[in-house]
Design a binder for this molecule. Sequence first.
Ligand code: ADP
Length: 408
Amino acid sequence: MRGTRVLVLNTGSSSVKYQLLDMADGSRPAAGLVERIGERTSYLRHAPAGGPRREREEPVPDHQAALKAVADELARDGLGLDSPELAAIGHRVVHGGRRFTEPTVIDDAVLAEIERLVPVAPLHNPANLAGIRTAMALAPHLPQVAVFDTAFHTTMPEYAARYAIDTAVADAHRVRRYGFHGTSHAYVSRRTAELLGRDPSEVNVIVLHLGNGSSASAVRGGRCVDTSMGLTPLEGLVMGTRSGDIDPAVVFHLARVAGMSVDEIDVLLNKRSGLLGLCGDNDMREVLRRMAGEGPDAESARLAFDVYVHRLKKYIGAYCAVLGRVDAVAFTAGVGENAAPVRQAAVDGLEGLGLAVDAELNAARGGGPRLVSPPTARVAVAVVPTDEELEIAGQTYALVGDGTAGRK
Ligand code: ADP
């Protein structure tokens, strides 16, 4: 009989994050990460449940070595890839294009398709592929499942996914809105319906995933109908280091007038913009701290905050229009879950749309999903912590588990 545990792997360009989840009892026997892969010294951290965590720095040249180190750490705690409790490995894959609308058991054809999508996800898909290939070599006996960041958004109607450009060019180069953070939007929209005590199929939710990267989605009856990220994760909200929406002609202008290359503009908009570009700090905690002070430092932080919130508000308004009727607005991820001033400012003045937060509820800290709107509010405003690992493990297990453990 197969086990009830799923190892979730999130392989980025220079890092691997992992969690081992048990779908039978909801426990997490281990978690950890390897960072700075390929640099002179990499950082490894492994945290077994109930035991002391182990950390060290040593060179980890590539993803293969990183995953081997992860497998060794798990084995030291008796949780190795050959343990009978392990049912499958679930991989986060950033770009699944239009084809992957569901979690998918990985075989050669699936690998080839993920590879074919590298041109639209040049930073992410190669790292994801390296992680999958290594995991398949280390654990050929286990089913491996790809859970795509784009999958939840494949239900968007064509008019929301299309950019208004020449169709032949768009089709030839697969230029359209795909959206990302889909695993989080799926999980959070479902949990928000639960919080309201209603079935997801009856509820319309605006999900605001505000982390280092940020995205908004409009979810009607459990299905995504619009999202703010596009062909790449650059579009939409103001983020830690990404500009979000911008006049596309800014790119031509910088190329023609400032003589910048495409690669330089790419770095500018993805890595040196957003909060960082506006005020020199990409961490919302730091922005909020500076805003409390005085002088130019506080002023630039305040402007960055205002630009961030203004964009957020525009998306809330837009998605109210897209959905027609909104039951809840859910804030999630690092900023959304922790930054009460962002939540307050984002709905400030939107009473006309039925939106408000209760200052006391909003300021209170709490672990689980909770409402922060006044009980009389027409639209519920909620803080719903995201849990992408649990969602990936749940989707993986639902696909390949033996059915003896329920989805948590
Ligand atoms: P990622 O997108 O990397 O998964 P997270 O969802 O963990 O990121 O969000 C990270 C961001 O959350 C940080 O950059 C920081 O700006 C913000 N953040 C975390 N804690 C707080 C807090 N207490 N107050 C305000 N912002 C916070």
